[in-house]
Design a protein around this ligand. Structure first.
Ligand code: ADP
Length: 579
């Protein structure tokens, strides 16, 4: 990685070199141009001065005057560093400070002489055949008193001399430029180091923070430029990050402790059904402590379990079910996390509870069986006694009979319930016509209805479709509900309404009885739940009837609901799928 200071240094180096080169080039060009102009001006002034001195000789010009003019010219030339040439108006050279005028060719066509003959003063730089060197020439016309050109004075300068001067000038400029460049580079070096130092510090600190070390603190002075501001903000950010990190670590530790103390097996599955988190209880259950990223099907390969997982995923709603896994009973709760598309699964081992339940059931069945025979015998003898006794004794025997009946009902209901709760219960499934069943049942209640002077109204929808189910169990449901309706209704009527809705049969048994308080309505299907104990006892209730009804409806994939108002009556609604 190239350092920032190097980058800045080379950037500035390029700019400085470019600028210095340009300054050297343009300043040299400008200075040399001015220098040339100045030299020409000097030569012009000199020419004019010499013209004045030569003019009298020219006015007095005769053939024999050439040596005199030439010697004056040579005398003037020796005093100055320039070559002086005096030319007659026709181009004849009359004198030259560096050559013999007799040997020199006619100068009429020299560019500076042509210009001067037109009254103009101009400079010309060219090679001199006479002195065989490059020269700068300036020629001025010499006028007589009537303003007529009588000759020319030409002063020239050796380009060598001029070049030497310019070379020295160039050397000086370059020298100054080099010193300036070196000085600037030293300054740039210091400057770039100053800029990159805090940035390097920042970069080093950022690397440390990225590696998880939050104990870095950058020194910030009071100068407060943008970089210092950045460093200060970096310190604040690191402080905040440190606090946040501590908080997250703390929470993670808490969560881990919480996970590890949960007795239930707990796992979290990602969208690919791989385990991303598992607690110790789960790991112990499957004797496996390396479960991360393992597919759940490799650990629990039970169809029922895998089905509930895919079901929860597709429906995106949580579900709880009892499932047997590796010979144990679990209450499995699968919860869907919409934000991460993950599943949180809790496995509660209910094997012991199940065993206890099964012992309880066995006990109830055995006890009920054992009680049934002596109770039937007692009932038989009580009925015999009933026929023979009168007065107070008959009343006592009737009380015994009522209690015996109640006991027999409880025992029968308990046996019925235990049978329904068995997982492998056998239902005698067949096509059933509900109208036929109801017609048979109501005959059983004729007597009771008449005795209580109630009205019975039955309404069937035309062309009712059949349902499928166990005839005996469905009869049990209607008998129980009818029995309750009559038991808990003193005046009014019992209404039965049968109809179809979509794919279901709806059977409603509505009474105008005492009704059930709202608080009791949710518990009404629990075993032994009785709203009014004294009334129930009086009418021979066991508190098991609705439990049995609910079980049977569930076994037929149906639903039972109730609506009730105290003092107005109760409506039980049963929904059963049509055949
Ligand atoms: P029970 O044998 O006592 O009738 P159920 O399980 O059939 O037991 O009913 C539970 C309780 O629900 C009853 O004791 C009674 O308080 C209440 N109940 C049931 N049906 C009705 C009804 N039609 N009207 C009023 N109360 C009812």
């Amino acid at each position: 990685m190239k350092q920032l200071s190097t980058k800045i240094f080379f950037g500035y180096l390029t700019i400085i070199l470019l600028l210095s080169g340009m300054i050297v080039y343009f300043s040299y060009q400008t200075i040399s141009h001015h220098y040339y102009e100045y030299a020409v001006q000097e030569l012009t002034d000199l020419s004019n001065t010499i013209s004045w001195q030569i003019k009298p000789y020219l006015l007095d010009n005769k053939e024999g005057n050439i040596p005199q003019i030439d010697s004056v010219t040579k005398l003037i030339g020796s005093k100055i560093n320039n070559r002086v040439t005096i030319i007659q108006v026709d181009g004849l050279v009359l004198g030259d400070s560096k050559a013999n005028p007799y040997k020199m060719e006619n100068h009429k066509n020299r560019p500076e002489i042509i210009e001067a003959s037109n009254g103009k003063i101009s400079s010309n730089k060219r090679y001199s055949n006479t002195v065989r060197k490059e020269m700068i020439y300036v020629a001025v016309p010499i006028y007589d008193n009537s303003n007529k050109i009588i000759g020319f004075c030409r002063v020239s300068l050796f380009v060598d001399f001029f070049d030497n001067l310019l070379f020295k000038l160039r050397f000086d400029i370059i020298q100054i430029a080099i010193i300036t460049v070196i000085f600037s580079l030293v300054m740039v070096m210091i400057f770039s180091k100053n800029i990159s130092k805090p940035i390097n510090l920042l970069s080093f600190a950022a690397r440390k923070v990225a590696a998880g070390d939050f104990n870095v603190l950058l020194k910030v002075s009071n100068k407060r430029d943008e970089i210092e501001e950045l460093m200060d903000n970096f310190n604040n950010m690191t402080e905040q990050l440190k606090k946040l990190f501590e908080k997250v670590t703390n929470q993670t530790e808490k969560l881990n402790t919480f996970f590890s103390i949960i007795q239930e097996g707990l796992i979290v599955l990602n969208s690919k059904n791989e385990i991303v988190l598992s607690n110790i209880s789960f790991q112990k259950l499957f004797n496996n402590y390396k479960l991360e990223n393992v597919k759940i099907s490799k650990i629990i390969n039970e169809n029922e379990f895998l089905d509930i997982i895919s079901n929860v995923r597709s429906k995106k709603e949580s579900k709880t079910r009892e499932i047997q896994i590796v010979g144990l009973n679990f209450l499995v709760s699968v919860n869907y996390l919409a934000t991460t598309n993950e599943l949180v699964i809790l496995l509660h081992n209910i094997s012991d509870i199940k065993k206890l339940q099964s012992y309880k059931k066995d006990f109830i069945i055995n006890a009920s069986h054992e009680l049934r025979t002596p109770l039937t015998a007692i009932k038989g003898f009580v009925e015999t006694l009933e026929e023979e006794l009168k007065g107070d004794k008959l009343r006592y025997v009737e009380i015994i009979k009522r209690h015996t009946d109640r006991l027999i009902n409880i025992v029968n209901d308990l046996l019925s319930l235990s049978e329904l709760e068995q997982t492998n219960i056998n239902l005698d499934i067949q096509r059933l016509n509900i109208k036929d069943i109801i017609e048979d049942i109501i005959k059983l209640f004729d007597q009771k209805i008449k005795l209580k002077q109630l009205k019975l109204n039955i309404k069937y929808e035309n062309n009712l479709k059949d349902i499928v189910g166990d005839k005996f169990r469905i009869e049990q449901v209607i008998v129980n509900l009818m029995d309750n309706a009559i038991k808990y209704t003193d005046v009014g009527s019992i209404n039965i309404d049968v109809r179809t809705e979509d794919i279901n049969l709806i059977l409603e048994i509505i009474d105008t009885g005492i009704g059930i308080p709202v608080d009791d309505q949710i518990r009404i299907f629990e075993r032994f739940y009785i709203v009014d104990k004294s009334r129930s006892r009086k009418v021979g209730g066991t508190g098991l009837g609705l439990s049995i009804v609910k079980h049977i409806i569930n076994l037929h994939y149906g639903e039972i609901t109730l609506e009730s108002k105290v003092g107005q009556g109760t409506r039980f609604t049963i929904k059963l799928p049509l055949a």
